[in-house]
Ligand binder design. Structure first.
Ligand SMILES: Cc1cc2nc3c(=O)[nH]c(=O)nc-3n(C[C@H](O)[C@H](O)[C@H](O)COP(=O)(O)O)c2cc1C
Length: 367
């Protein structure tokens, strides 16, 4: 453990030196329970809160900042492996990138996954010390085989006692408000979300986010809002409802059918950060301001620039390809454009294509 502690300390220092991004002074809280001030924004209330869901490979800071600009109240990092983080070598680029927070971010949680309570506690402590995040989320819902086979993510739905232990030790090792994100159950025979939510409630967690599917369903079928509503009715802890919000009307439906305190949006905002604005307008009964084609192209250009600044040209552009694919979805010729984009390696290539599309969109607007 000594070696990994040293490497982690170096990682922390090196990432702070390397990046001038948001830092808050670290405090020693280990083993003493939640204490100190809550770094959550003072104006943050749990009423119709709109959250950006954690999505591995998607919710890096460029994506999060775009969603905040469009009205998200909260965002979550991509999931971070507790053991991977603890053992990371100094200057490990993967973790440096995963843990980078932009000054414009309002209220960003770090999401931890793992199933060893001791390692989860240590990781929670170290991540808190970074001073970048305002909340700490535990992943209890990831359905990926490689995560579940290690007993992590949604596998914790099969072992509520272990899930409780993890929640307890994480809470004891951070002063940040803690949350869990889970699914309705592992499968139809193990609908154990209620056990995890009650554990979170008893440990004074800030909220539970529930995706309305089981692990066995992965992403098939539709999210079961009624089941989320039934959980909500049995709990005192705030519930954030998640699943299948792709349009402003879905936000109304999930809110009405679950009675949840907030809504978490994942896939729907890929290539569409405006969904936060339009969902809020729908929830407040205001006229809906849809984005224009020009908005889409210009936002794709901005995100591409940020991705390159953040990740370097090659990685930034390769990762940006999927985002461009989402921004252009539904446009005439999208399939051909997507094929072109999937071979791009430089910002200039991507910018040229988007610039051509931008000019065409401007002409269309003028016509
Ligand atoms: C590409 C992708 C990556 C995801 N990564 C994570 C993750 O790291 N942690 C997590 O808790 N959920 C993850 N999820 C699940 C989402 O947070 C969310 O629960 C799910 O997509 C359902 O919400 P939606 O219908 O609004 O997309 C991921 C989903 C997708 C599509």
């Amino acid at each position: 453990m000594q070696a990994s502690r040293r490497s982690l300390f170096d990682l922390r220092r090196s990432s702070m030196q390397h990046q001038p991004y948001q830092t808050r002074p670290a405090r020693e809280t280990r083993g003493t329970g939640v204490q100190g001030h809550c770094p959550c924004r003072k104006d943050f209330t749990l009423k119709n809160v709109l959250c950006l869901a954690p999505m591995a490979g998607i919710t890096d800071w460029p994506m999060r900042v775009l969603c905040y600009r469009m009205g998200a109240d909260y965002a979550c990092s991509e999931m971070v492996s507790a053991i991977g983080f603890m053992c990371a070598k100094p200057h490990n680029d993967t973790y440096r990138r995963l843990l980078e927070v932009h000054p414009e971010e309002k209220n960003t949680a770090v999401q931890l996954f793992g199933s060893d309570p001791v390692v989860m506690g240590e990781a929670a402590h170290r991540l808190t010390e970074l001073g970048r995040f305002t909340m700490m989320d535990i992943n209890m819902g990831c359905p990926a085989r490689k995560v579940v086979s290690g007993g992590d993510g949604s596998a914790l739905l099969l072992d509520p006692d272990k899930a409780y232990k993890i929640m307890e030790i994480v809470k004891r090792n951070t002063w940040l408000p803690c949350t869990i994100k889970t699914r309705l159950g592992f499968d139809d025979e193990h609908m154990t979300a209620i056990d995890l939510c009650r554990a979170a409630e008893s440990l004074n967690y800030a909220w539970v986010a529930i995706h309305g599917r089981t692990r066995a369903q992965q992403y098939s079928g539709t999210a079961n809002y009624q089941a989320i509503g039934e959980l909500k009715a049995q709990l005192k802890i705030p519930v954030i409802a998640n699943g299948d919000v792709f349009a402003p009307e879905d936000a109304i439906r999930i809110q009405q059918e679950t009675g949840a305190d907030g809504i978490m949006i994942g896939r729907g905002c890929m290539g569409n950060p405006w969904l936060f604005r339009t969902a809020r307008q729908a929830l407040e009964g205001k006229p809906i301001e849809k984005e224009t084609l020009l908005d889409r192209i210009e936002t794709a250009m901005l995100q591409a620039q940020w991705m390159v600044d953040f990740k370097g040209e090659r990685l930034g552009i390769v990762e940006m390809r999927k985002h461009v694919g989402h921004y252009i979805s539904g446009l005439r010729g999208a399939t051909t454009i997507r094929r072109q984009v999937n071979f791009m390696l430089t910002l200039d290539e991507m910018r040229d294509l988007l610039e051509t599309m931008r000019e065409a969109a401007l002409q269309e607007e003028e016509a």
